[in-house]
Design a protein around this ligand. Structure first.
Ligand code: MN3
Length: 210
């Protein structure tokens, strides 16, 4: 991953703020990327400035190291390294919606689709399970598709916690913090999730296993 060591900087979105309209609005994307993610990056750099031994670690390594770190450093890094990783991944698994007039297709990578079918039966069943997971998060957090030896699994986390800490490889995530949808959807999280599926970039999701 680019820009993956201290000092971290905020990479531009891979599309315009308004590119996910009408499913995700430009104002939400602007605040989410330029304000929320920027704050996590600034906080992470401030913490790491005082921790030279951690400055050489990648974002993934910092998260995997969390259980070995003392409090309150562990907690601060869980929130802020997680906040950077989770938002970068979230923005990167989305893309502008497919123009229904065009001949462009919206296909999964065939290997990924085979894994989804093996683990969930079908892509539609997976989407329904993932929606239920996103709806079940109480308060702020994420729904994830993760890989572990032998298959795919759906898990949820709270706050900015990340499955890497538990040895699971994230493949896809959905941000269900209210800041991800409240400006457009208010309390209608289900409608947000249904529409979010229209902007998932399925072609970007790959199994980490060979
Ligand atoms: Mn967020």
């Amino acid at each position: 991953m680019q820009n993956n060591h201290y000092p971290f900087s905020n990479l531009p979105l891979p599309y315009d703020y308004g590119a996910l309209e009408p499913y995700i609005d430009a104002e939400t994307m602007y605040f989410h990327h330029d304000k929320h993610l920027q704050t996590y990056i600034d906080n992470l750099n401030d913490i790491l400035k005082e921790e030279p031994k951690l400055q050489e670690l990648s974002l993934e390594q910092i998260i995997q190291t969390l259980p070995c770190l003392p409090y309150p450093l562990q907690k601060e890094l869980r929130n802020n390294a997680g906040g950077v990783y989770n938002h970068r991944m979230f923005f990167n698994v989305m893309k502008p919606p497919v123009d229904r007039e065009s001949k462009e297709t919206d296909q999964c990578n065939p290997c990924f689709l085979a894994l989804i079918e093996k683990s969930f039966g079908s892509l539609e069943t997976f989407k329904n399970c993932f929606m239920e997971a996103g709806l079940s998060v109480f308060g702020s957090g994420y729904a994830w598709l993760v890989e572990y030896p032998g298959g795919l699994h759906i898990v949820t986390t709270v706050n900015q916690d990340n499955p890497l800490e538990y040895g699971l490889q994230p493949l896809l995530l959905l941000d269900v913090w209210e800041h991800a949808y409240y400006l457009k959807y208010q309390n209608l999280r289900k409608q947000y999730i249904e529409n979010w599926f229209q902007v998932v970039d399925w072609t970007q999701i790959h199994s980490a296993e060979k």
